[in-house]
Design a binder for this molecule. Structure first.
Ligand SMILES: Cc1cc2nc3c(=O)[nH]c(=O)nc-3n(C[C@H](O)[C@H](O)[C@H](O)COP(=O)(O)OP(=O)(O)OC[C@H]3O[C@@H](n4cnc5c(N)ncnc54)[C@H](O)[C@@H]3O)c2cc1C
Length: 475
């Protein structure tokens, strides 16, 4: 008793026991004492889409009705009209782009961060192109009206018109963020550089705000549109600050996480166990991830996404990480007592996605982390078939825990080890391992290429899209 208490205070023994005991405890209590992430509400997202569509319609109408027929027929009138319209629509779409990555919880719960980032990336070329067109068309229109050359007009606009200089700087920053996000360029720059340049996008939007209100024909002399536009901008800024800064700071202060132990799990893989307050109140479901910021001198400035590798076991939470680069490798050297700030939880790779009673969970490599916590969180009756894929048996991290959980849940475990060719998950091997595949949901997690391959195989074998759920370890 005293030894166990001492172990609990020192952290070591109790954590090892804690994480092994979790499946038994969870099975006994159904992990019911923990707070879960809220259930997704797709209806809210549909309402959000309608509101965004109405906003786009209203913005376009505002741009069209701002010009009189006299202004249109005047010298440079058509170019000026088109320039104002592209500017309004481009700015509106830029706001939507920001909203997509502002981590609004109801969007995150339904679409997931990977889905929102996909939308953000698809949308991005539109506002940038429209805003560049806006600058070119307005310069051409003003030059025609003033019978001046385009370069002379550029100088006049920047030096004599209010807020055009800051708007030009904003457009430059936006183009820089756009260029660095082109896939071929992005692959070549460090992620931190790309991220920092991306932050300038917020500055770019702030720089461009004033010139819209001061010069836009839809706003000059129209106090109501000025107020509506300003409220839309303030609300967007407020949402970004609330969910990207405020909520993470609140959660980090509330839970006060500190590293308790770093434990080797497999070659190059460690578990980091953190201890905190009110951990049962962290609204997380099995399969979700958080951004983790370890507050050491070298690491405080970067936050990386890692999945929980077990449901919280108050006062502990655990992540399990494979060393692939600077950050992930440095985690093995974390000292007990290191403070940890978190952002999240995020992700739709959870029990809420489940459509059928039974499931098959497939993980490659370190993708096992999300599968491990999801397995613990599945409803009774899921009878999980779990497929773990790795090159060598010793690379199968968390193997004993998964074996134990699968047994308790009346499921089956398949370990596929060997080269990609020897241990492929394809249209021949998958139905052999899971003969009732068409009656199950398929959850797949791991490196991007692996996930994409398994998703294709599942689709080919007739599993409908709504029963395929995936988490690729790349954003
Ligand atoms: C949703 C999600 C959950 C994840 N869960 C786990 C987990 O449980 N265990 C685990 O070991 N790994 C997990 N990863 C992968 C982990 O985030 C990366 O391996 C880690 O961030 C690499 O950082 P690095 O500095 O060590 O390596 P780097 O050399 O900097 O990066 C290696 C690769 O990791 C990716 N990456 C780097 N930084 C980030 C970042 N901030 N955000 C997103 N991707 C990044 C990039 O694709 C990059 O090419 C997860 C990733 C995602 C997106």
């Amino acid at each position: 008793m005293i030894l166990s208490l001492l172990g609990r205070i020192l952290g070591r023994v109790s954590i090892r026991q804690a994480s092994n005991a979790r499946p038994a405890a969870a099975a006994a209590r159904g992990a019911g004492a923990l707070r879960r992430s809220p259930a997704p509400r797709p209806g809210l997202v549909r309402v959000g889409l309608v509101v965004a569509g109405l906003g786009l319609g209203a913005t376009t109408a505002l741009g069209i009705t701002a010009e009189t027929s006299g202004q249109l027929t005047a010298a440079g009138g058509v170019a000026t009209f088109a320039g104002n319209l592209t500017g309004l629509i481009g700015t509106y779409l830029a706001l939507i782009m920001v909203l997509l990555v502002s981590r609004i919880p109801f969007l995150e719960h339904v679409v997931g961060q990977d889905g929102l980032l996909r939308w953000h990336r698809r949308l991005a070329p539109w506002p940038i192109t429209l805003l560049v067109l806006h600058a070119i068309l307005l310069t051409a229109g003003y030059a025609q009206a003033a019978r001046a050359g385009p370069w002379h007009q550029v100088g006049t606009l920047i030096l004599s018109y209010p807020d055009i200089l800051s708007a030009t700087v904003g457009l430059g920053l936006m183009c820089m963020a756009g260029v660095i996000s082109i896939r071929a360029i992005r692959r070549r720059v460090r992620r931190e550089v790309w991220w920092t340049v991306h932050l300038y996008l917020y500055l770019a939007l702030a720089f461009s705000f004033a010139h819209v209100i001061a010069l836009g024909p839809s706003f000059v002399g129209h106090p109501l549109t000025q107020v509506v536009w300003s409220v839309a901008w303030a609300a967007t800024a407020g949402l970004v600050l609330a969910y990207r800064v405020g909520l993470p700071v609140y959660r980090s202060l509330r839970h006060q996480l500190r590293v308790t132990e770093v434990r080797p799990e497999a070659p190059g893989v460690v578990s980091v166990i953190c201890q905190g307050r009110h951990v049962d109140q962290l609204p997380v479901s099995g399969g979700q991830f958080l951004f983790w910021r370890f507050l050491t001198r070298d690491m405080w400035w970067q936050a990386h996404p890692y999945s929980l590798s077990a449901l919280p076991q108050p006062p502990y939470v655990r992540l399990t990480v494979k060393a692939v680069g600077d950050h992930s490798a440095a985690l093995a050297r974390l000292q007990p007592g290191t403070r940890v700030a978190v952002e999240g939880p995020y992700g739709t790779f959870t029990r809420y996605a489940q459509q059928r009673r039974r499931v098959v969970l497939i993980a490659a490599g370190i993708g096992v982390t999300a599968v491990r916590s999801l397995l613990e969180d599945l409803p009774r009756g899921a009878k999980p078939v779990v497929i773990l894929r790795a090159t060598k048996t010793e690379d199968l991290a968390l193997r004993a825990e998964i074996t134990d959980l699968v047994k308790r849940r009346g499921g089956r475990l398949h370990e596929l080890t060997g080269s990609r060719a020897q241990a492929a998950i394809d249209e021949r091997s998958l139905p052999r391992i899971v003969p009732d595949l068409s009656d199950r949901d398929v959850y797949v997690c791991g490196p991007e290429a692996f996930v994409a391959g398994v998703v294709d195989v599942a689709r080919y074998l007739g599993v409908p899209d709504e029963a395929i759920h995936h988490e690729a370890f790349a954003l």
